[in-house]
Design a protein around this ligand. Sequence first.
Ligand SMILES: *Cc1c(COP(=O)(O)O)cnc(C)c1O
Length: 389
Amino acid sequence: MKKSDYLDRWNSAVQSNYGTPSLVLTKGKGLIVTDADGKKYLDFLGGIATNVLGHAHPAIVKAVSQQINTLGHVSNFYAHPHVVELAEKLKSFTGDSDAKVFFAQSGAEANEAALKLSRRTGRFRVVAAQGAFHGRTMGALSLTGQHAKREPFLPLLKGVKHIPYGDLDALRRAVNRRTAMVIIEPIMGEAGVIVPPPGYLQGVREICNNTGALMVLDCVQTGMGRTGDWFGYEYSGISPDVITLAKGLGGGLPLGAMIALGACAYLFQPGDHGSTFGGNPVTTAAALAVIKTIEKENLMVAAVKHGNYLLQEIAQMRGVKEVRGAGLLIGIEFNSEIATQVMIEMRAQGVLVNAATASTVRIAPALNVTAAQADKFIIILRKVLSDVK
Ligand SMILES: *Cc1c(COP(=O)(O)O)cnc(C)c1O
């Protein structure tokens, strides 16, 4: 069956919230995906920063196949070995001996869990950033700071205030002793890979310390090695109260996590929250395979090396106003609003990227991208930028 046949069927049977997809993908191996018409693409989007080990990585295939053959699902009435091991791993990455993990399926659910946890402080007000993306469920959407996504669904949760990202004075004015939590992305991903000014996360920490507001870091996109450390904030030297993860965590399987640190680890009481699939044996097996492979193959070091190379090469290209990011989360901002055109032309040339904003293309390839693949990307982007008007 051809791409056009699938898309006709999609349009008549799948909700139109995503519009019509641009491709129908049928298989993948490493960073190469194949579409229904047999055309191959170099995947520099990685399922939106999710396929940290690329497609069909043998370690994930093996872990998932073995687990589904052994024990597929148990509910949260019962424990199983992988959920315990994964929680211990994530806890160890925080460096906090009190940390405790709640598992969900997605980024939105991880942030919902953080939101509910913060209510256990006895406060309800929240401060988040303009332009931030925290998910699409009603609680997470209340945190998301993008007008177009919120507007059709008002009224959302009350008591949420959005302030400019990177502006500590604005944050200081907005946060007080009635604020339950401040939620911030270490780098704003969906907004176009916006890197905060130096000292920002330290300043957020200080404001939260002074007011007793929980500092929640949404590491859904920056986490799992993408920016060179496990969560994407560690360079700052601070420690948040809550970390949320998803995207890369399951290496392509649906898994999210909310990690509460210090005294926050004790805020949830039995019965306070739950999720049928959360911490499922198969998805946690995948996550353990992801973590072990990142460690064994030193992929965080590789991500920083390839990321720095890409930053340096892209910065010299015609039409590029700014290129920014950390590790393999990179935003390429052009002098004009050509991002969609660049995305379409790159796809025609066999490379997948995403137009995060009208003027910014985002790339988030798998952490095991090769030097040859990075070079191929650079050659094609340079060619596309010399053609696009
Ligand atoms: C993608 C994303 C989310 C939402 O994750 P879903 O799995 O789509 O619910 C939340 N926060 C950030 C920073 C994200 O990038």
